[in-house]
Every structure is written in structure tokens, then in C-alpha cells.
Design a protein around this ligand. Structure first.
Ligand SMILES: Cc1cc2nc3c(=O)[nH]c(=O)nc-3n(C[C@H](O)[C@H](O)[C@H](O)COP(=O)(O)OP(=O)(O)OC[C@H]3O[C@@H](n4cnc5c(N)ncnc54)[C@H](O)[C@@H]3O)c2cc1C
Length: 433
């Protein structure tokens, strides 16, 4: 069997690796010149490579850990204790232990207790499907009460969804609370964050080496122009104007790109796929010569500030691994069609730095080594209330054509852990066919 894969992000590379381990020949096509897609690197002006977007590995990412072990790169994993904070009313509040939690000013005693109950309630959920028809707002209000919702959750949700969140099901917060709680293990309940030295590239290249060693190939700068469909069957790919035959084709690109690649798929399938929407992200990296804070994540509960949070990855990555720099990511998630994505890089930089100075009046602008703008329109699939039937199957209505993308990852969050797990699942289906 010979399989053609569209995209060399973590999904495409994991599919290629798992398939070649089963003796299947693969060819992977990537439109850009590098491995990794959203999980890939970028090069700073001084030549240092850093993750384009912040990528944290949690100690509970067991599939990822066993994959690293299998590839012989576990010794490149590092975990460090981290801190989380909240920006509220022009101040940062540390929220890392029960004492800090009990001191958090916007909440009274009862609200604090109910916030704790909310986290516990998420851990107690046995059947997440029951949360499919409950809105995130209703669920958070039920467990945490109005005050907690108004002061904590509402600004966080507004920032995450770039405005409205009426149609967001409670599964969204449930999967996040469960994932975050899973990092706090043991009696100390200390929070840890981890990374691979060299970033996700280390994992991706270890898999790519195995793919090439199995006489399969990854082609960079080679966009797939069409997934060729004849008589309801995928027969191959059109690349650089040439037809290349495959027994099976797997697409890993977001559904918006996929629909453009399959002009000969049934119209009803196009209509179905077009329902899928994504959040985008604008996420500059501030490269500094000293730390901004000591926090891994600062959640911003002030909806006048455009970015959603402050993620300082060098709070857990030793700067020696990233050229001695301190890396601060300032993400703003954007709704489909958001006007934020229309703004120029220069406009965004001015707005971002203005707000940063508002938050940190003593911020020393001369500590900025680089300010690198990154953005993408498709980062996180959006699932509405009772939307399970809108999630596309791995097996498409076209014979020999599989779809394996983040749009199918649900209710888990989309990250290296879930993407590699779903890639394994797709491979099992391909081998069973
Ligand atoms: C701001 C941000 C923060 C994140 N934080 C984390 C985190 O902390 N931890 C974590 O594990 N994950 C995190 N993620 C999520 C993670 O990056 C993604 O879930 C994962 O990278 C998705 O991989 P993918 O292969 O499915 O998709 P993609 O990375 O989108 O890969 C698709 C690939 O297809 C290529 N392509 C597109 N069109 C064509 C074509 N016509 N022909 C050939 N190739 C094509 C693209 O160039 C791309 O390389 C984060 C993502 C972002 C943006």
C-alpha cells in the first residue's frame, strides 16, 4: 500500500511515522519549506530557533511521553515548576496555592469556595456528553455563582472567543479544567510545565528521520494542488501539475483548505465541511533580554486589554536553550471574520506595546530584542452546543480518502498529545480498510 499525505504538521508527520512502522510506504507533501505547521519553529534574526507559538508539554501527556521514549528522545524532555497568575484591576495576583486563592480580592469567601467547587465538579464529570447541551455560561454559573462568573470567567471567555460565547458548550471549560488539574500531582499540588530541548522540532525530526529511513519521503515547498477523485474514489494527488497515484490519501489540513483540494467530492460533503469554523490567533513573540515576570501564564481578567494572556515560556524553559533570550507570547484569539486579523503588523505592534506599558508601567522598552508577529486564521476548531453530528468522520464519503485534522479532536483539546493519539487512530482505520 502507498499512502499520500497532505501536510507535514504534527498530524501528517505522526501519520507518516506510524504508517511506515507498519511497513506502509508514504509520501508527505508540505506547502512550506519546513516541518511542523503550527507546532513548527521560526528563526529569530540572530539565527536562534524558537517555537513559533508557545507549546507546553504537561506531565500528564502520557502518549507524547511514550512516543518520545520510543524515539529515544526522552532525555531531551525537561519539566520545571511554574506559576500562574491573574491580572485583575491593574494588578497581578499569584494563584498557586490555597492561601493565594483565598486572598484573591474580587471574590468573597463564598465565591472562592464555589470557584474551588467548580474545579472539583469538572473532575467529577463521568459522562461529558451530558455537557454537550449545556452552555458554558450556564454550567459555570451553576457551580461558581454569578459573582465568580462575572469577575473571572466572563472576561476570560470574552477574550478567548473574541466576543460572544453563547453557543459554547460546557465541554469546553470541562476539558480545560481537567487538563490543567492533571498537571498538579502529588500532595504538594505544584504545577509543572515541560518542553523538549529544541522544541517540538526535536520530536518531529526524530519521526521524520524514521520515515526517510523506511524509504518514504517528505517533500517540502510542494503544495498539493488537488486530491484527484475519479468515480467516487481518491486515486492520487496533483502536485506541480503532475498526477501521482496512491492507494490511500490522507488530508491533515484544516477543513477550509481541504474543501478547495477536493473539487470532485460530492456537493453535499462540501456543504457539510463548510459548517466547520475555527478560531484564529494573533500571537506576537516578545523577545527580551530579561524576564518580564516570573509567571508561566497570566490570565487577563480585564476585557479592555486586547490580548488573552501573557505566556512567558522561559519561566520553565532555561533561556540557555533559546539563545539566552526571554520569550513572552501575547496571544489574542480571533473569531471567524474578526477585524483584528485585518490590521497590519505595525498597527498591532503599536496596540500591543501600548497595552503592555499600561499593564507594566515600569516596562523597559530597551529590553526588547525582537518583536515578531505571527498569526493564523485556523488554530482551534469551534464546536457549538449539540454539534457532535457536525464533526467529520475520519473516513470520508470518497473511497480511499481519509481526513485526519484537529476539527475531529473533541472533547479533548487540540495539542501534541491529542493530535498524535488521533493520528494513531487514523492509522488503525487505514490498516483495517
Ligand atoms: C498559539 C498556539 C498555542 C498552542 N499551544 C499548544 C500547547 O501549549 N501545547 C500543544 O501541544 N499544542 C499547542 N498548540 C496546538 C498545536 O500547535 C496544534 O494542535 C497542532 O500543531 C496541529 O497540528 P496539525 O498537523 O493537525 O495541523 P497544522 O499544524 O495546521 O498542519 C497542517 C500542515 O499542512 C500544510 N498545508 C496546508 N495546505 C497545504 C497544501 N495544499 N499542500 C501541502 N501542505 C499543506 C501546512 O503548511 C501545515 O504544515 C498551540 C497552537 C497555537 C497556534
Amino acid at each position: 500500500m502507498k499512502v499520500g499525505i497532505v501536510g507535514a504538521g504534527i498530524m501528517g508527520i505522526s501519520l507518516g511515522y506510524f504508517l511506515t512502522q507498519k511497513g506502509v510506504e508514504v509520501e508527505i507533501f508540505e506547502s512550506t519549506g519546513d516541518i511542523g505547521g503550527l507546532a513548527g519553529p521560526l528563526q529569530l534574526e540572530d539565527g536562534t530557533e524558537v517555537d513559533r507559538y508557545y507549546h507546553t508539554i504537561l506531565s500528564s501527556d502520557r502518549h507524547l511521553a511514550s512516543l518520545c521514549q520510543e524515539l529515544g528522545i526522552s532525555d531531551r524532555m525537561r519539566f520545571n515548576e511554574t506559576k500562574m497568575g491573574f491580572y485583575y484591576n491593574n494588578r497581578i495576583y499569584s494563584m498557586n496555592n490555597i492561601i493565594e486563592f483565598l486572598r484573591f480580592p474580587p471574590l468573597g469567601w463564598i465565591d472562592r469556595f464555589r470557584l474551588g467547587v467548580t474545579v472539583l465538579a469538572a473532575q467529577m464529570v463521568r459522562d461529558w456528553r451530558k455537557l454537550e447541551s449545556v452552555s458554558v455560561e450556564a454550567w459555570l454559573n451553576r457551580w461558581g455563582g454569578h459573582n465568580t462568573f462575572y469577575n473571572i470567567w466572563r472576561p476570560l471567555l470574552k477574550a478567548k472567543f473574541d466576543g460572544g460565547f453563547d453557543n459554547v458548550p460546557a465541554t469546553w471549560i470541562w476539558s480545560r479544567l481537567v487538563r490543567m488539574k492533571s498537571t498538579r500531582e502529588g500532595a504538594s499540588q505544584k504545577e509543572e510545565a515541560g518542553h523538549l530541548i529544541g522544541g517540538y522540532r526535536t520530536l518531529l525530526e526524530a519521526m521524520a528521520e524514521r520515515i526517510e529511513a523506511a524509504a518514504s519521503h517528505i517533500h517540502y515547498h510542494t503544495p498539493v494542488e488537488e486530491i484527484v477523485i475519479e468515480n467516487g474514489q481518491a486515486t492520487g494527488l496533483r502536485v506541480r501539475g503532475e498526477f501521482r497515484p496512491y492507494d490511500v490519501v490522507v488530508n491533515t489540513t484544516p477543513t477550509g483548505i481541504f474543501t478547495r483540494l477536493i473539487p470532485n467530492a460530492p456537493e453535499s460533503y462540501h456543504t457539510f465541511l463548510k459548517q466547520q469554523q475555527y478560531l484564529g490567533v494573533i500571537c506576537p513573540i516578545l523577545v527580551l533580554d530579561k524576564p518580564l515576570t516570573s509567571y508561566w501564564t497570566i490570565n487577563i481578567t480585564d476585557d479592555t486589554i486586547p490580548f488573552t494572556g501573557i505566556i512567558e515560556t522561559t519561566s520553565y524553559i532555561d533561556p540557555q536553550y533559546v539563545g539566552g533570550h526571554h520569550l513572552v507570547y501575547l496571544p489574542k484569539y480571533t473569531a471567524p471574520g474578526s477585524e483584528w486579523q485585518q490590521k497590519s503588523d505595525e498597527e498591532l505592534k503599536t496596540i500591543w506595546l501600548d497595552y503592555l506599558r499600561k499593564m507594566f508601567p515600569n516596562f523597559d522598552v530597551s529590553s526588547i530584542r525582537y518583536f515578531v508577529m505571527n498569526r493564523t486564521p485556523f488554530v482551534e476548531p469551534l464546536h457549538g452546543l449539540n454539534d457532535m453530528d457536525k464533526i467529520p468522520d475520519f473516513q470520508t464519503p470518497v473511497g480511499n480518502l481519509f481526513l485526519s485534522t484537529t476539527a475531529q479532536i473533541y472533547p479533548e483539546l487540540t495539542n501534541g498529545e491529542s493530535v498524535t493519539q488521533y493520528a494513531r487512530r487514523t492509522v488503525e482505520l487505514i490498516l483495517k480498510r
